[in-house]
Design a protein around this ligand. Structure first.
Ligand code: ZN
Length: 279
């Protein structure tokens, strides 16, 4: 009887295979002020592999590319997403107002976080008007809160890295011409331009061997210098800790919801799959 159950289990696994990505349970960890609904959504394949991180809640093509990869290939690694209101920016409410920050500018000391919040222009971003007229006290308060959120995110990522997951793979979408392999040159040590590939679709890496390998595979790649300017971004944090970090950037259309967003999904999926071939 026992042997039969075991056999049924093995046969079931062979016939059905591992659960598809959309069937993986999503675990949510609240970060920041609980009332603001900011959280990390985590899907673990159960097998150590890339630590996929999507910090921007509007970059849905990035999430879909990982989901498609996990439907197509054997799912490995873990997907960690920042979620709140579907915007690029996250907010915390205090003193009756919402204060915004870029969740990819929180990974350094308070002075850097403060400077990044201050540098956010009071512009319309997908229906949201960002920080208008911040007083000195408000700015200091916002910096303290967002610095703490940055630490909470790093604690989650470090947890997976300690468990043997990695490399750290940030998955992003950009808008036409905004952030491309060409203009990453200011922050990048070396650039490889692939013929016939949209410059908005590119890798930004911290390790020279990934730069060489992805270039040889025919992709746009930028290699970050070992001591980049401290801007609070995750790539700079990774460089400082000598971590292997790969940013996968592909173009999308901004400000659209999950179902209507258009973009270079096929290409980003292909880019993610190419990482499987790296050693
Ligand atoms: Zn992004």
């Amino acid at each position: 009887m026992r042997r039969r159950s075991l056999l049924a289990l093995v046969m079931g696994e062979l016939l059905v295979g591992p659960p598809p990505a959309h069937a993986l349970p999503v675990e949510e960890h609240s970060i920041g002020n609980p009332a603001d609904g900011l959280r990390l959504a985590i899907r673990d394949s159960g097998r150590p592999g890339p630590l996929y991180f999507v910090p921007h809640d509007n970059e849905n093509i990035a999430v879909r590319a990982v989901e498609r990869l996990w439907r197509t290939e054997r799912p490995v690694g873990v997907l960690v997403e920042v979620r709140q209101i579907g915007n690029r920016y996250i907010y915390q409410r205090f003193a009756g107002r919402r204060f915004y920050a870029d969740p990819n500018r929180l990974y350094d000391g308070r002075a850097v976080v403060k400077a990044q919040i201050e540098a956010l222009p009071p512009v319309w971003a997908c229906g949201t008007v960002l920080n208008q007229r911040l007083g000195d006290g408000e700015l200091a308060d916002a910096a303290a809160r967002f610095e703490r959120i940055g630490k909470q995110i790093l604690r989650e990522l470090s947890h997976w890295l300690r468990r043997g997951y990695g490399p750290l793979v940030a998955v992003h979408n950009n808008t036409e011409g905004e952030f491309a392999v060409d203009n990453a040159e200011g922050t990048a040590g070396r650039i490889h331009r692939a013929a016939g590939v949209d410059t908005d679709d590119f890798f930004l890496v911290t390790h020279g061997h990934d730069f060489e390998a992805l270039g040889r595979l025919g992709y746009n790649v930028a290699l970050q210098p070992p001591h980049p300017t401290a801007d609070g971004s995750l790539s700079v944090w990774a460089a400082r800790h000598r971590l292997r970090y790969i940013n996968v950037e592909a173009q999308h259309r901004d400000c659209l919801d999950y179902t209507r967003s258009e973009g270079h999904l096929d290409y980003q999926f292909q880019m993610l799959r190419a990482l499987y071939s790296l050693r």
